[in-house]
Design a protein around this ligand. Structure first.
Ligand code: C5P
Length: 405
């Protein structure tokens, strides 16, 4: 992950049991390159010791509006002037209500009021407290004021109840923050992405598929959202969690994927085919499980539609991006594929690199030639791909979609 390098973050911790997760969050933010400064409320100090956060952030933790360590004795001003963003995690119901009214009776609320940088909050509370109309009203006011709410999530709560109000996990919060800091060159664009393998049934328990994990396609969907796009993700079978910011359409076979793509294509400005679509499907899948026999078994296969070629071949196509996994002659085969499918941009990698792992290497091909991207995490490559794409894509106001230069 590259997103938080040199970012200066002020992590505010308020009084709630989820405060214990703030320690992991501080560690993760620092690990991803951020300089973290921690401010805690008095109530937060009842749940977790400032010394823990001091050790993890490497800086003194401030808890008091009257702390004399701050330059000029004005900690609430100094701290936010030095920050690129303030993140409050956890944000209790009480703290949310203070933000909504503009209260400034302790260091953390005062610096939120005095801040000159964006404020993101991760609410965490009992489900009844979250659903209480007062909290809902306050949360709506914060959104109106431009404060960004991360979560809450639904699930098991510390009090033993189940419902909405859990703080997002530290990893998810760090991801959200990284996304927040990404440039937004695709603001307003609608992006359709395919991901994962397809599964072509032979009988009710067997089928033809491939080892695509879907990680690259999901990373591309995420990177497109981070870049400001509205994203629809058509996904074959994967074990991945649904991406939090995309409309997800789950499919199984290639023909179902084509149908889903056709259904979602209306108004799409950009189409990115990352799915490892099976080239064939069994022509006559058995309704019942095929019994094992002594002899050989012959399957008759029929070709699947080429989804990407179909989209790119439309009269007024969206800006189309393809992926190619090659086992040899990557540069030659990938560029040929780009030309054959009439794509302004194609990303290629080696088969042995492409499948399953969290990292890969990509080469981008466009009209200007080949652009190799060094080995990196898939989300980092996805962001580079989206940035490259954004440099080529020009919104077409007449058609409401983009066209290559
Ligand atoms: O021709 P090849 O399968 O290597 O092309 C790969 C690219 O085409 C990928 O972007 C993939 O998502 C897309 N594709 C498709 N439908 C197919 C086969 C490939 O959309 N049936």
């Amino acid at each position: 992950m590259d997103g938080l390098a040199d970012k200066r973050l002020l992590l505010g911790i308020t009084g709630g049991i989820a405060a214990y997760k703030a320690a992991e969050l501080a560690r993760l933010l620092a690990k991803r390159g951020a300089q973290v400064r921690v401010v805690m409320t008095q109530a937060a100090c009842r749940f977790i010791a400032p010394a823990t956060l001091q050790a993890l952030s490497g800086k003194p933790v401030l808890t008091d509006l009257w702390d004399e360590r701050a330059d000029g004795g004005m900690a609430h001003i100094e701290l936010t002037r030095e920050a690129d963003a303030v993140l409050i995690a956890p944000a209790s119901a009480d703290f949310i209500s203070k933000l909504a009214t503009g209260a400034a009776d302790d260091l953390l609320s005062a610096l939120c009021l005095a801040r000159a940088c964006p404020l993101l909050i991760a609410p965490a509370m009992n489900r009844q407290m979250w659903h209480n109309p007062a909290t809902q009203r306050n949360a709506a006011l914060l959104v109106q004021d431009g404060i960004i709410l991360l979560g809450p999530a639904s699930g098991e709560q510390a009090c033993g109840e189940e419902g909405m109000g859990r703080m997002l996990e530290a990893e998810a919060l760090a991801d959200e923050l990284e996304g927040f800091f990404q440039p937004k060159p695709l603001s307003g664009a609608r992006v359709l992405v395919t991901a994962g393998p397809t599964f072509e049934a032979i009988d009710p328990v067997r089928g033809i598929t491939n080892p695509s994990s879907g990680k690259m396609g999901y990373a591309v969907a995420r990177a497109a959202w981070e870049a400001g796009a509205e994203v629809t993700l058509v996904s074959g079978p994967t074990c991945l969690a649904p991406p939090p910011h995309a409309r997800l359409i789950r499919v199984t076979g290639a023909r179902e994927m084509l149908e889903a793509v056709n259904g979602a294509l209306d108004g799409a400005d950009i189409f990115i085919g990352v799915a490892a679509v099976a080239d064939y499907h069994p022509l006559h899948p058995n309704e019942q499980k095929i019994k094992k026999g002594e002899g050989t078994l012959t399957l008759e296969l029929a070709p699947n539609p080429d989804i990407l070629a179909a989209v790119a071949g439309r009269p007024n196509p969206p800006f189309c991006v393809g992926f190619a996994a090659e086992s040899e002659n990557l540069y030659q085969f990938a560029e040929l594929k780009r030309q054959r499918k009439k794509l302004p941009l194609l990303a290629a990698n080696r088969v042995q690199d492409a499948l399953g792992g969290n990292e890969s290497e990509l080469v981008l091909f466009d009209d200007a030639g080949a652009h190799p991207l060094p080995r990196a995490a898939k989300i980092v490559l996805a962001r580079q791909l989206i940035r490259h794409l954004a440099g080529l894509y020009r919104p077409d106001p007449a058609a409401g979609r983009g066209t290559p230069d």
